[in-house]
Design a protein around this ligand. Structure first.
Ligand SMILES: NC(=O)c1ccc[n+]([C@@H]2O[C@H](COP(=O)([O-])OP(=O)(O)OC[C@H]3O[C@@H](n4cnc5c(N)ncnc54)[C@H](O)[C@@H]3O)[C@@H](O)[C@H]2O)c1
Length: 441
């Protein structure tokens, strides 16, 4: 199933050169220099068992499938601020000055190109570095030229686009303009309202033959027009919204309650966050986009229709408060009201003192490498096997997304096994007890 090997440089192009993007770039450079192990990255540290448990064969994921080497990653992006990545990393306050200095040469070379921006979609930013194009069609053309220029200037054989810009305001999930590729093409030509910058970046990327992964809650490739385009151009797409902190914990805990058939009466999740992401999310219209990706998780995991007595009446609240002193060091609290035998109530409290961009950066690294592999393998359309990375994973129309982190991991590893020509692992294990099955358990 593996079609081509990664040869030459891979350009990772990121609309939104903010805290997440610069922490990813700086971290990659520091890891290349040996300053740290690539903690949090499945592609760099993860392993997969091959064959039966008795075979004793476990391989590193980047040995199982041909992934680009992190030494071959080069970076580019777009942003409204006009700073280089070193300036952004210093002001974002995620990394120490020593860490930023350690990656300084690379960071200074990553200069954001002028952004395709629309204040209607991201309101709380001062936009100084904006693409002068006026119409949607001109903006798409400018972005396509930028992609070609980046590939040439970075001497890259391939590119992936990883969308890491600010969360856009919510404008409804469906519109006529995005209902099909033909409708979207017409809407772009007509400069129709309701088309967001995220959609224009995604459109430009796919037209340039570049896979697109969406790390934010913004609507983009999770719309029929883009799914059609990705399939037509034989390109992978994935999204949306990186599953880094509170939702990652939620998709670990909720499956445990369901597995034990413990009831859930309520789940109250709140956060304080003081970075620029928090400032943008302080706009209720932008928070609405985030709320949708954060809230859907429990409904799908707990299947209230199947278990009405346990999960039929959950009160699920999610809040994010912008609190500047905390910077990137987000603090999340979860209070979970559960019920056990005879309906007796219990409570669980989770207090996660995390670092938002530190959790997100390795996910960016993995997504860049996996999306590149998917493109080389000519895997087209939605890459459901990458659900592991997203709060609100994209799935085929009519199919509910898989949110359980461990089912997602199993799906991901089995996809890699199959891509490598190995048997998927079922965890049945009957062959160890005398029944010889052709599949490994
Ligand atoms: N940090 C996490 O753990 C995490 C998890 C999931 C999702 N996200 C999402 O990732 C995104 C980035 O987060 P961050 O902490 O880096 O935020 P950030 O504010 O530091 O970075 C976002 C950058 O996007 C830029 N931007 C805004 N509109 C743009 C446009 N039209 N074109 C190009 N650039 C534009 C901003 O100027 C800013 O520099 C946010 O949408 C956030 O919600 C972050």
């Amino acid at each position: 199933m593996q079609k081509s090997k990664p040869e030459g440089k891979l350009a990772v192009l990121m609309p939104g050169m903010g805290a997440v993007a610069t922490t990813f770039v700086a971290g990659t450079e520091l890891i290349r220099k040996g300053a740290s192990a690539p903690i949090g990255s499945l592609t760099q540290m993860g392993t997969a068992r091959i064959g039966k448990r008795t075979d004793g064969k476990t391989v590193k994921i980047n040995e199982l499938v041909p992934l680009a080497n992190i030494d071959d990653l080069v970076f580019g992006g777009w942003d409204v601020h006009g700073e280089d990545a070193e300036q952004v990393a210093l002001r974002s306050g995620v990394l120490t000055r020593e860490h930023v200095a350690g990656a300084g040469e690379l960071l200074r070379s990553v200069k954001a190109k002028p952004a395709v921006h629309d204040p209607e979609f991201v309101r709380r930013l001062e936009a100084k570095n904006v693409c002068p194009a006026k119409t949607h069609a001109e903006k798409v053309e400018a972005l396509r030229q930028d992609i070609r220029d980046y590939k040439r200037d970075l001497n890259a054989t391939r590119a992936v686009m990883l969308f890491t810009a600010s969360t856009e305001t919510f404008h409804g999930e469906k519109s006529e303009a995005t209902s099909s590729l033909a409708a979207f093409q017409k809407a772009v030509e007509a400069n129709a309202p309701g088309i967001s910058p995220t959609m224009l970046y995604a459109y430009a990327a796919l037209l340039e033959g570049v896979p697109f992964a969406n790390g934010t809650p913004n609507l983009s490739v999770d719309l029929p027009a883009f799914q059609e385009l990705a399939r037509e151009r034989c390109l992978p797409i994935a999204g949306k919204d990186l599953k880094s902190g509170q939702t990652m914990m939620k998709t670990v805990l909720a499956p445990a309650f369901k597995a034990r058939l413990l009831g859930v009466r309520g789940w109250f999740s709140t956060n304080i966050l003081g970075n620029r992401d928090g400032e943008v999310l302080d706009d209720p219209a932008a928070f609405k986009s985030k709320e949708i990706t954060k809230v859907g998780v429990l409904d799908t995991i707990l299947q209230k229709d199947q278990y009405p007595e346990l999960y039929g009446n959950i009160s699920h609240k999610v809040a994010i408060h912008y609190y500047p002193p905390r910077g990137d060091e987000k603090e999340g609290w979860d209070n979970i009201d559960i019920t056990g035998w005879l309906g007796y109530p219990m409570q669980i409290k989770v207090n996660f003192l995390c670092r938002d961009s530190i959790l997100a950066a390795p996910l960016c690294l993995d997504l860049a490498l996996f999306m590149d592999m998917a493109a080389r393998n000519e895997w087209r359309g939605i890459q459901e096997w990458l659900s592991f990375y997203f709060k609100c994973p994209m799935a085929a129309p009519g199919l509910y997304p898989e949110h359980d982190l461990f089912i997602q991991l199993t799906k991901l590893k089995n996809t890699l096994r199959v891509a490598a020509g190995e048997a998927p692992i079922t965890h049945l294990g009957l062959e160890y007890y005398g029944d010889d099955l052709p599949i490994a358990g």
